[in-house]
Write a protein that binds this ligand. Structure first.
Ligand code: OGA
Ligand code: NI
Length: 384
């Protein structure tokens, strides 16, 4: 559907990746709101003190700064709730069938769920539990990690990019760099006490799963098994632990507005009780219903480019609801900043010339951050 979803993309809807900028870790002086009720009021935005964590209060009304203009609202009644994105059983003994199912999913949906992926369900449960416990910490504890500076490699923040956006999103998130682990883990939250251990274990397994998926995706494109892993270089790995509180006005706002992921591959661990992820397919938003134990995989912009446009980095969004809070843990595999990206040579032929030019991830990100009011798919700027 490429740009067909752009009509509903908010001007401030930037994909949830951050540029690689060396930054110092420091505690933010900002104090989140600890009052029980946040009263509405249209915020002008900009003042750091206005940007407070949602997860430190119960919200009986929604402040005006979260309200989208009518034309940008999620129109939840029009969402297709009974369609499914493809599900792939990674334990199937028929490797060729797995590869071909993954290839089909990447072409038709850009999204699929995997089951029997090899990550133990007790670990997945522990990850969700420790993530939830983190967001339940007292406000003072969370305030120590708060920052709205996207350059920080470890930070707790809210919405998406509160310094730039004009309308905010109903989300708090903890953003962590995860590779190499020994470089970042010492600065990760040490409360809850088991956070570092559980999340590190998960990061190692998710990376390994990502590389197995790269092999299958490479093969499905007719490339050597090791092609994607090799081409992306020494990859960064980032994690976003997303917390979407109960929202009094879910029809008026988003948890995350429509975006594509700017990285290569995303592995999403979803709340198995509460739905909220939606994917644009054939011009319609379809709900991704959680399957216990499964993980959701999506193609990011870099694999769309590598596949020469055969595989799609599709628009997706997270909506909120008034009944229950929702959580998700997104793991992003990101190419090395300095390697050359673009269509794989083998996929460029006379019949299918290169759709995108070559570039570095550094360049991609610079472009990406220079066009915050642009509503196009960022890859459109790299077309030949
Ligand atoms: C993301 C994302 C969806 C979700 O973090 O990039 O798309 O359901 N999250 O939280
Ligand atoms: Ni995303």
């Amino acid at each position: 559907m490429s740009a067909s979803g752009s009509a509903i993309i908010a001007a401030d809807a930037l994909p949830p990746g951050e540029p690689y900028v060396a930054g110092q870790l420091a505690a933010s002086p900002q104090q989140p709101d600890t009052k029980r009720v946040v009263v509405g009021g249209v915020g002008g935005g900009g003042m750091a003190t206005e940007h407070q964590l949602l997860s430190t209060a119960v919200h009986e009304t929604m402040p005006g700064k979260y309200v989208r203009p009518v034309s940008q609202r999620p129109r939840l009644t029009e969402v297709v709730s009974d369609a499914c994105i493809p599900v792939v059983d990674l334990a199937s003994p028929d490797r060729a069938a797995v590869v071909s199912a993954i290839g089909d999913a990447c072409r038709t949906h850009g999204f699929f769920q995997v089951k029997n992926h090899g990550i133990d369900s007790t670990l997945l449960t522990a990850v969700m539990a420790v993530a939830r416990d983190f967001f339940r910490l007292p406000a003072e504890e969370k305030a120590k990690l708060y920052s709205d500076d996207p350059a920080r490699k470890i930070r707790l923040s809210t919405s998406f990019n509160v310094r730039k956006e004009t309308v905010h999103n109903w989300r708090d998130y903890l953003r962590l760099h995860c590779y190499p682990l020994d470089q970042f883990v010492p600065d990760w939250p040490s409360n809850p006490a088991s956070f570092k251990e559980i999340m590190s274990k998960y990061c190692v397994e998710v990376r390994e799963l990502g590389f197995r998926l790269y092999a299958a995706i490479s093969e499905s494109l007719g490339l050597e098994e090791g092609y994607i892993k090799k081409t992306m270089g020494e990859q960064e790995q980032h994690m976003a632990v997303n917390f979407y509180p109960q929202c009094p006005e879910p029809e008026l706002t988003y948890g995350l507005p429509a975006h594509t992921d700017p990285n290569a591959l995303t592995i999403l661990l979803m709340d198995d009780q509460v739905a909220g992820l939606q994917v644009l397919n054939g011009g319609k938003w379809i709900a991704v219903n959680p399957q216990p134990g499964a993980l959701v995989i999506n193609i990011g912009d870099q694999l769309q480019a590598l596949s020469n446009g055969k595989y799609r980095s599709v628009w997706h969004r997270a909506v909120v609801n008034s009944d229950r809070e929702r959580m998700s843990v997104a793991s992003f595999l990101c190419p090395c900043n300095s390697v050359e990206l673009g269509p794989a040579a083998k996929l460029v032929t006379e019949e299918s010339p290169a759709v995108y030019r070559n570039y570095t991830y550094d360049e991609y990100y610079n472009k990406f951050w220079s066009r915050n009011l642009d509503q196009e798919h960022c890859l459109e700027l790299f077309r030949t």
